[in-house]
Write a protein that binds this ligand. Structure first.
Ligand code: PMP
Length: 311
């Protein structure tokens, strides 16, 4: 992780090293955070944030589910994100806005704990190595995704990533790059930090929201592009074995972007190479986010040069 100069914390910039919290903060003990992960891409017209408003909206949606009142407006958070990229002089980066229950007193009841908000940004290249994805592939995890009515999967909450860590660490321990979790009913859900798509007979198939998935913003972007390309998109329950029979499988996510999966549990998918539909969607995606194709969906927000230093 490459540190940058400043982190936005509760309305002002602090130096990267000073962006600290108390060990008795509620979040440290009870996992009470909601967060986002998004990318800013380099374009010929300067840096551009990908789907800024949608990410901020999901942050507020996650907070609503957990009865957390973020003490800023969505517009203020949008501005904080753009300022954090600007003040650090980044032309391409990953951005992590987070809201969490801070320090007041311990005990499960968070009443009285402040909702602290921070935005960090740093350069982050590829999330999964393409070479490793080809050589090692991914596995279906023995850990299931969180069950409905236990932890809400539609909230991007820090605590959900305890489940993700089990999936990821097991996959690595067994020699794979990433794990795909089934939901508690045995249907395919998602990766530890990615949504999943299958291609079969020119249709794109992806688990629906009832399969304990995070409503991915890259997922919705891929669905939009695919429909415009004339592909049929089906959101439905996916049985595990459909993974092995698919012509193509790929992950989507802000970190992973669009990543082909060519081997699952040691079984080669299709002909073992990134398939034509995955490649077409991926090319289109990168052309749009890097400003090489017209931003026809209005996905990009230019990052203005940051002027005022308030530190
Ligand atoms: N599922 C999980 C569990 C994730 O952590 C992510 C990454 N945010 C995704 C799916 C993909 O969502 P998005 O495309 O919005 O990044």
């Amino acid at each position: 992780m490459t540190p940058t100069d400043y982190i936005w914390m509760n309305g002002r910039f602090v130096k990267w090293d000073d962006a600290t919290i108390h060990v008795c903060s509620h979040v440290v003990h009870y996992g009470s955070s909601v967060f986002e992960g998004m990318r800013v891409y380099k374009t010929n017209n300067g840096p551009a944030a990908f789907r800024l408003k949608e990410h901020t909206k999901r942050l507020f949606d996650s907070a609503r589910i957990y009865r957390m009142d973020i003490p800023f407006t969505p517009d203020q958070i949008n501005q904080a994100i753009l300022d954090t990229v600007g003040i650090n002089g980044l032309d391409e980066c990953y951005v992590r806005p987070i809201a969490f229950r801070g320090f007041h007193r311990l005990g499960v009841d968070p009443t009285g704990c402040p909702i602290d908000v921070a935005v960090a940004a740093w350069p982050w290249g590829k999330y999964l190595s393409e070479e490793e994805m080809q050589r090692k592939g991914v596995c279906v995890s023995s850990w299931h995704r969180i069950a409905p009515n236990t932890m809400p999967a539609m909230a991007k909450a820090g605590a959900n990533y305890m489940n993700s860590q089990l999936i990821k660490l097991e996959a690595i321990a067994h020699g794979y790059v990433e794990g795909i979790a089934l939901d508690v009913f045995g249907h395919v859900s998602e990766g530890s930090g990615e949504n999943l798509f299958l291609v079969r007979k020119k249709a794109l198939i992806t688990p629906d929201f009832s399969a304990s998935i995070l409503p991915g913003i890259t997922r919705s972007s891929v669905i939009q592009m695919a429909e415009d390309m004339g592909l049929k998109v089906i959101e439905q329950n996916v049985p595990r074995e459909a993974l092995y029979l698919a012509e193509e499988v790929f992950f989507t996510g802000s970190a992973v972007e669009i990543e082909p999966i060519t081997k699952i549990d040691g079984i080669v998918i299709g002909d073992g190479r990134p398939g034509p539909i995955t490649t077409k969607l991926r090319t289109e995606f990168f052309d749009i986010v890097r400003g090489k194709a017209r931003d026809r969906y209005g996905w990009l927000t230019p990052v203005p040069a940051y002027k005022e230093v308030t530190v």
